[in-house]
Design a protein around this ligand. Structure first.
Ligand code: SF4
Length: 102
């Protein structure tokens, strides 16, 4: 048997469209301005998974995050891929810019 789905809601991203509460009202409540709050601890019953996944996929700002099967306290942040550092401008390659005169 697989771990239950766990979700998190990033309220800083929520734009108040209300779609999540329409799809999964047992998991999302809306305040007077339409901004969502998560009901419960984010654990999704298997029978509710399709509705919650629909809410997750339809959220226009991707504020609903699938935490996988791990409880939030054990969930690891997603690895950030190493980014190549920005190239430092070198004076030899940018002589035209460095010699720009008004
Ligand atoms: S669908 Fe997304 S943006 Fe809309 S209320 Fe829910 S969490 Fe907020």
């Amino acid at each position: 048997m697989s771990d239950p789905m766990r979700i998190r809601l990033d309220r800083t991203m929520c734009d108040g469209f209300g779609i999540c509460a329409k799809h999964a009202p047992e998991y999302f409540s809306l305040d007077d301005w339409g901004y969502a709050s998560l009901i419960g601890d984010g654990t999704v019953r298997d029978s509710d998974r399709p509705a919650v996944v629909r809410a997750l996929l339809d959220c226009p700002v991707h504020a609903i995050i699938d935490m996988g099967g791990q409880p939030p306290s054990r969930a690891r942040p997603q690895a950030v891929p190493d980014e190549a550092p920005e190239p430092h401008p070198s004076t030899e390659d940018n002589e035209a810019i460095s010699e720009f005169v008004r």
